[in-house]
Design a binder for this molecule. Structure first.
Ligand code: AMP
Length: 282
């Protein structure tokens, strides 16, 4: 696997690849890789000829300084995992390479309600930070396909909007959520959970499964109350939000027939660790 530290090195690799008729697959990450990330690499490898992964812990998307400070950065292990996975190139930029004009010169994208709803409401500025870093990474890597996890459902909606706004030719491929045996969605933040918290956190998956199986018997409001109670009853978790949204518009539904496809999205605090998950209901 080729290690790239400068944007110019990436441009060179991509230009040469294109000259040889290669299609480019791009997997943006913040590192601390797990099987979920590797599933994106595997999908990119299956569908494109040159797979570039990036690892960049993006300061612009952290609204909590301690979350940024404590974000895991096991770079040697990440490099070994990507090498084993057959990734072609890893881009590890410095902050100055991504934000040459400084972190206070972000572009403001028109993200509509996505910016202030659910994850956006809990993390002001977060999605502008995400849109900025991905916009910059796309301008460097110019991929045919960008592979994203459904795990961060609202982020996918934001990045779909970004590509529309910028008129980018890159297409998004959404990959399924990889889970631990317990059902807990794999996440770089899981290693911050104690063993007790880790086993308790499977209640998130159990609640989403309950919602998926039983939603027709309840109104969205009733189901929300039941699921939040399930997750909070043992006192080890606090639900930041649970919402049932139209997968297209990402507005909450008032009733099940309101949308063709509905996703249950949730953010749950287990101790100090904020965990995201979602599941399609219909
Ligand atoms: P992150 O490093 O957390 O920014 O994630 C990088 C990419 O991996 C994003 O597109 C995530 O949605 C995706 N991802 C994270 N966790 C999982 C998972 N459990 N299954 C599938 N994809 C995931």
């Amino acid at each position: 696997m080729i290690l790239l530290k400068k944007a110019t090195e990436v441009t060179e690799l991509v230009t040469t690849g294109r000259l040889h008729g290669k299609s480019i697959g791009f997997v943006p990450t913040m590192g601390a890789l797990h099987e979920g990330h590797l599933s994106l690499i595997a999908r990119a490898k299956a569908e494109t000829n040159l797979v570039i992964c990036s690892i960049f812990v993006n300061p612009a998307q952290f609204n909590d300084a301690s979350d940024l400070k404590w974000y895991p950065r096991p770079i040697e292990n990440d490099i070994a995992m990507l090498t084993n996975a057959g990734c072609d190139a890893l881009f590890i930029p410095e902050v100055e390479d991504i934000y040459p004009d400084g972190l206070d010169q972000l572009t403001v994208f028109e993200l509509g309600h996505l910016e202030t709803f659910l994850e956006g409401a809990s993390r002001p500025g977060h999605f502008q930070g995400v849109a900025n870093v991905v916009n910059r990474l796309l301008s460097i890597t110019t991929p045919d396909f960008m592979y994203l996890g459904q795990k961060d459902f609202q982020q996918v909606k934001v990045l779909e909007r970004l590509l529309t706004i910028t008129g980018s030719p890159t297409r998004i491929v959404i990959c399924p959520i990889l889970r631990e045996k317990s059902g807990l969605a794999m996440s770089s933040r899981n290693i911050r959970l104690t063993p007790e918290q880790l086993s308790f956190a499977s209640v998130i998956y159990a609640s989403l499964q309950f919602a998926q199986t039983n939603y027709r018997q309840f109104t969205p409001e009733q189901l929300k109350t039941i699921c939040i109670d399930k997750m909070e009853s043992a006192g080890a978790a606090r639900v930041d939000y649970l919402e049932f949204c139209d997968t297209d518009s990402f507005f909450p539904v008032e009733d099940w027939p309101d949308a063709e496809h509905i996703v249950a999205v949730t953010a749950v605090l287990v101790g100090k660790v904020r965990l995201l998950d979602n599941m399609m209901l219909k």
